[in-house]
Design a protein around this ligand. Structure first.
Ligand code: BGC
Ligand code: BGC
Length: 670
């Protein structure tokens, strides 16, 4: 390879920036992406496949014939493609607590991507969202590291057990490394101010797990850690990720993030050198590739970027291209094209929607609704596929309205009842009278993505929702609220007016998964992946921080369950229990979570848990500090999760080598 060949491999550009198309070959560009608003016309799987193949043929026509790798944000289904199956956003998947289901979703997404030729998914986001004001909270599986860690099964779903093992395998991306969900104030692309121990405890475990699963690429975060941007952080990228964690894939920068390093628009050689020397292997340019390549070449010629660094980046990128099978199978496998939006994939999505519903309130057992009941359905998101899908749906920001094909929540309700004529719908709640058994209000947030979704100024319902709810309330009919939102909202003031509250998150195209739960075809099993604030002023609020939430992390009701008559017979001061649970196991190792509960009558200021390791060794542990002595592990709380009010819980997690089992744990509080 010539130097130009190598520099081209390190370059990723937006497909629409290529003018003329032949520049792809001229500049030996190694990778193309579609940004959130990039599309094809007409927007269907066939045209995407044709577009992909035509670009790939251009690349194959170069002297070395190295195929391009094409990346896209298929973050909840192959969401740029109209007609694709749209799955719940990650926050809803976190509520399912079902890593095996998430792996099956990853596989379905990979198959839909394969049908359009696209090789590389900028997913999963393994962010640990710690402040719900952050506009990307819905891209997070949950606020505690063990939840995103357990959902790294998505990587295995996308790639398969080994990358390229079959034609539908696509390259996964663990993003955004590191601390994107920990910024002060929940500001997108902001500054994460934590000690190194806290950063490692909260934000590193999901990446460790993704690396263990062989994730092929890692995308860096726009955010900074204590004032230094990830894209400039050699210690975090080269020493920790590539060195300590042993990541052998390649590191890609985020969209124009290298160009942002000096705070001014327009690339400089210094920015490129900083990023590449920090450990960035491929730069998501994404537009001005000529200027980028000229500057990169200049930095290498001047010796500020070494040949060895360029070779290392190329080795990493080309290894993944080889493993993916791009050289053997560069063009779209059209046998997958008809699978885009298939009934089989929609069935998986519906299952995920069902499992992601979290029942937060159900006074008098108003849910499940009877299928013969006279119902009034209202709210701006009752009949809106765009609202229920959220951002990153056929467009970066998503939008309200019929953006793609699917089943709205209203359509799901109509399909579930005995006679659709018993269901009346009015978006604003006009026309309701006292004759209805229940009013179902589907309200919440309208679509957004990234920083545009930041909500520093309050997290309540909008005026339209409040007016609709007031109309329903005035009728005297009991109100069931289905909340369609990318995060917990500030609803404490309205909650007393509602008989039931179902958090539906951003379910995607299969709205009948919501009606499955409303009518009791599936009893709710979802558990909160985030602590639900009592007021926006509590943000950030997270499990174990001693604040008093409206609903705690892990809360979720079901139908027909008899409450535990005596959950805590003889409370004693400073008592605790520790419940040990194996989350995943593999040959030679396992991952477990231990939930500590304050079972005493007074607050705890700290706790420790001990158990016999039974021949296993702990390889990493988060949310606690470990000491091992004579085969016995003792884990003490960390600074952020020691304070527990009576009844409150905290959890720590770990991965271990050796045999799994359920050891007897001892908990001591202080
Ligand atoms: C692109 C997105 C990108 C965003 C970043 C948009 O124009 O379509 O892919 O994430 O810009 O600002
Ligand atoms: C986002 C990434 C995304 C990229 C490409 C950026 O703005 O932060 O998550 O993968 O755009 O669309």
């Amino acid at each position: 390879m010539t130097l130009d060949d190598k520099l081209g491999q390190m370059t990723q550009i937006e497909k629409d920036s290529l003018v003329p198309r032949s520049d792809l070959a001229t500049h030996r560009i190694g990778s193309v992406l579609s940004g959130g608003d990039s599309t094809v016309s007409p927007n269907n799987a066939q045209t995407w496949a044709d577009t992909y193949d035509s670009l790939q043929r251009t690349a194959l026509g170069t002297p070395l014939g190295i195929p391009v790798i094409y990346g896209i944000d298929a973050v909840h289904g192959h969401n740029a493609v109209r007609g694709a199956t749209i799955f719940p956003h990650n926050i809803g998947l976190g509520a399912t607590r079902d890593p095996a289901l998430v792996q099956r979703i990853g596989r379905a997404v990979a198959e839909e991507m394969a049908g359009t030729g696209i090789d590389w998914d900028f997913a999963p986001c393994l962010c640990v969202a710690r402040d719900d004001r952050w506009g990307r909270t819905y891209e997070s599986f949950g606020e505690k590291p063990e939840l995103p860690t357990s959902m790294a099964t998505f990587v295995t779903g996308l790639q398969g057990p080994t990358l390229g093992a079959d034609p539908a395998s696509v390259l996964a991306t663990a993003k955004h490394y590191i601390g994107d969900g920990g910024t002060t104030g929940g500001v997108d692309q902001g500054n994460t101010q934590l000690t190194e121990a806290e950063l490692r405890a909260v934000h590193l475990p999901p990446f460790q797990e993704a690396v263990r699963r062989g994730v092929g690429s890692v995308m860096l975060s726009y955010s900074s850690w204590n004032g230094v941007r990830s894209h400039a952080h050699k210690y975090l990228v080269t020493d920790v990720l590539k060195g300590e964690l042993g990541f052998t894939g390649f590191v890609v920068s985020d969209w124009a993030a290298v160009d942002q390093l000096d705070g001014q628009s327009g690339f400089t050689g210094a920015e490129i050198t900083t990023a590449v020397n920090a450990g960035v292997d491929m730069v998501m340019v994404p537009y001005d590739y000529k200027k980028f390549l000229t500057l990169l070449r200049g930095e290498v010629s001047a010796g500020r970027i070494s040949q060895a660094r360029v070779d290392d980046a190329n080795r990493r990128i080309l290894t993944k291209k080889f493993q993916l099978g791009l050289f053997e199978r560069p063009l779209t496998d059209r046998s997958y094209t008809s699978g885009v939006g298939s009934a089989a994939h929609r069935a998986i999505a519906r299952e995920a929607v069902r499992e992601s519903q979290v029942l937060l309130k159900n006074d008098g057992g108003i849910l499940p609704l009877a299928k013969g009941a006279k119902l009034f359905v209202a709210g701006k998101s009752a009949d809106d596929i765009g609202n229920q899908s959220g951002g990153w749906t056929v467009g970066w920001q998503g939008r309200s309205g019929p953006v793609t094909e699917g089943t709205t929540i209203l359509q799901g309700i109509r399909a579930a009842v005995t006679d659709p004529a018993t269901v009346t719908h009015d978006r604003y709640g006009n026309g309701i009278d006292g004759s209805y058994t229940a009013a179902v209000a589907v309200v919440g947030e309208t679509p957004y993505a990234e920083g545009r979704g930041d909500r520093p100024n309050g997290m309540g319902l909008d005026q339209e929702d409040l007016s609709t709810l007031a109309r329903l309330k005035a009728s005297g009919v009991p109100v069931v609220v289905v909340l369609v939102s990318g995060r917990p909202l500030d609803i404490a003031a309205q909650l007393p007016d509602w008989k039931a509250l179902l958090a539906a998150w951003l379910p995607g195209t299969e709205g009948n998964g919501v009606s499955d739960v409303l009518f009791g075809d599936h009893a709710p099993t979802g558990k909160l992946p985030m602590t639900w604030m009592r007021s926006a002023s509590q943000q950030p609020i997270n499990d174990g921080d001693g604040k008093s939430p409206l609903f705690p992390y892990g809360h979720g009701l079901t139908y027909g369950a008899t409450p535990d008559p005596d959950p805590d017979p003889e409370p004693t001061p400073s008592a605790c229990t520790a419940q040990f649970r194996t989350i995943a196991s593999w040959s030679g190792g396992y991952q477990a979570e231990v939930t500590v509960k304050n079972t005493g009558t007074g607050p705890l200021t700290g706790w420790n848990v001990a158990w016999d390791l039974g021949g296993s060794t702990v390889s990493s542990l988060w949310n606690g500090s470990l000491t091992v002595s004579a085969g016995r592990a003792t884990v003490r709380n960390t600074a952020h999760n020691g304070a527990l009010s009576p009844g409150a819980t905290a959890a720590f997690g770990f991965t271990a080598n050796g045999p799994t089992g359920t050891p007897a744990t001892q908990c001591a509080g202080s």
